[in-house]
Design a protein around this ligand. Structure first.
Ligand code: GLV
Ligand code: MN
Ligand code: MN
Length: 414
């Protein structure tokens, strides 16, 4: 077993406590949604932390915080580490944040120990990984990868507010996101430390997970049109009840997803324009998503769900329009980087597993630019995207140690 370089985990925990207070008081849980006031306050504070850690740090046009530690080989492609500090509404305190604070601590530990890297080290806090009411996920990492296009920036929330407007309101320059774009030739590797958000590491008593691939994801919105009629007088067998069609569509999501290995399907919201019990719904909207480790299986779920909704229209005498939103293909992690991270973890004496990620991550966008790998630590009871989300700081420390050691090995080997 090799000696661990001394990560200051107490300091990381104090920073985590501070960030946990920078949340939206109006929302439940630990909410710091992308481009909100709380998100802005947290980013201002994190930018200062990066600078105090000796990094040259800036916020780019998309809201990403990027800190830089110079290496000894000017012009050599950088190693990039980091994650995101935004949360889902009603979320927890570890998703994303562990990877941002962990990356800053890696830079500090290197500087403290006098270790010099050959390559520059980029520390990043990607803006709005979790998505927004406009339905766009991975906003900052897409901007860095050059895939945050006009279509994404023009996506609207139910009130018609575009993502570009949301970003402008947060003091950003969406018209200049192309300036936030990274060049593939400047990046040697991207490695992200994250919590698992599922139960596998805990169930196998493993300390560290090395991710094999990140799920593919396809979101949808189903708009169902029925006919408004009196709920007391219209017989059941002639109704055009949009709400009943929507309810069957919710169950169809479950059935379609149940048939694929590793596949999942979830409905997030059902709304109606006529929420009255004495009136039959003339309109209902169902929003949801499918995920799968396998591209063909994901596409097959899309096709089968479309067929099911057409069939439900016949059954309920309704008319539905199915719109597909955000789509990401499953993203395999780089094998060479993952092997390095795995060896770093086992050499540190940690029980290490390979596992698939059912959660999506900024690495999906960045994998288009550079070899990408992910390091997971256990989540208590597999809980995440909820206020109870928890990871022990002993595990956070192990994760940071693996991240640091992986950075050193990449630097030595590339
Ligand atoms: C983010 O955590 C996601 O998986 O959607
Ligand atoms: Mn996350
Ligand atoms: Mn998340």
């Amino acid at each position: 077993m090799m000696a661990e370089r001394q990560v200051e985990i107490d300091r990381v925990e104090r920073e985590w406590q501070h960030l946990s207070r920078l949340v939206d008081p109006e929302l439940p849980g630990w909410s710091r949604t992308g481009f909100s006031d709380a998100d802005r306050a947290a980013r201002d504070w994190l930018l200062r932390q990066m600078r105090e850690a000796g990094l040259e740090a800036v916020q780019d046009a998309a809201g990403n915080l990027v800190g830089y530690l110079e290496g000894d080989m000017p012009g050599a492609p950088d190693i990039v580490i980091g994650s995101h500090s935004d949360t889902v509404p009603g979320g927890g305190r570890f998703d994303g944040i562990v990877g941002v604070l962990g990356a800053i601590e890696v830079a500090r530990t290197l500087t403290r120990s006098g270790a010099r890297l050959r390559r520059g080290l980029r520390i990043v806090d990607f803006a709005n990984e979790e998505g927004n009411p406009q339905g766009v996920k991975l906003v900052g990492s897409r901007a860095a990868a050059g895939s945050l296009d006009a279509h994404a920036l023009g996506s609207t929330d139910p009130e018609g507010v575009t993502l570009a407007t949301l970003m402008e309101r947060a003091g950003l320059r969406p018209d200049e996101v192309s300036r936030a774009r990274w060049k593939a030739r400047d990046i040697a590797a991207y490695i992200e430390l994250h919590i698992e958000q599922g139960p596998h590491l805990e169930q196998s008593s493993a300390h560290i997970g090395i991710v094999t691939s990140i799920c593919g994801i396809s979101t949808f919105s189903l708009d169902v049109r029925g006919r408004r009629d009196h709920a007391g007088t219209m017989p059941m067998n002639v109704r055009q009840d949009a709400m009943c069609c929507a309810a069957d569509a919710v169950l169809a999501v479950r059935e379609v997803a149940a048939s694929g290995a590793g596949a999942v399907g979830t409905v997030g919201q059902v709304t109606t324009s006529s929420p009255l019990t004495n009136t039959i719904s003339e309109q209902a909207t169902v929003t949801g998503e499918f995920r799968s480790p396998d591209l063909a299986a994901l596409q097959d779920m899309q096709a089968r769900f479309a067929q099911r909704t057409a069939h439900l229209d016949e059954l309920h005498r309704t008319q539905s329009a199915l719109t597909w939103g955000h789509f990401d293909a499953p993203t395999p992690m780089d094998e060479r980087l993952s092997r390095l991270a795995h060896a770093a973890s086992t050499d540190l004496g940690y029980d290490t597993l390979q596992l698939y990620s059912g959660a999506t991550h900024d690495g999906v966008a960045i994998a288009d630019l550079a070899p990408t790998a992910m390091i997971f630590i256990p989540s208590r009871d597999g809980r995440s995207h909820c206020p109870e989300e928890w990871s022990d700081f002993e595990d956070v420390e192990r994760g940071i140690n693996v991240l640091l050691e992986t950075v050193l090995r990449i630097d030595a080997s590339l």
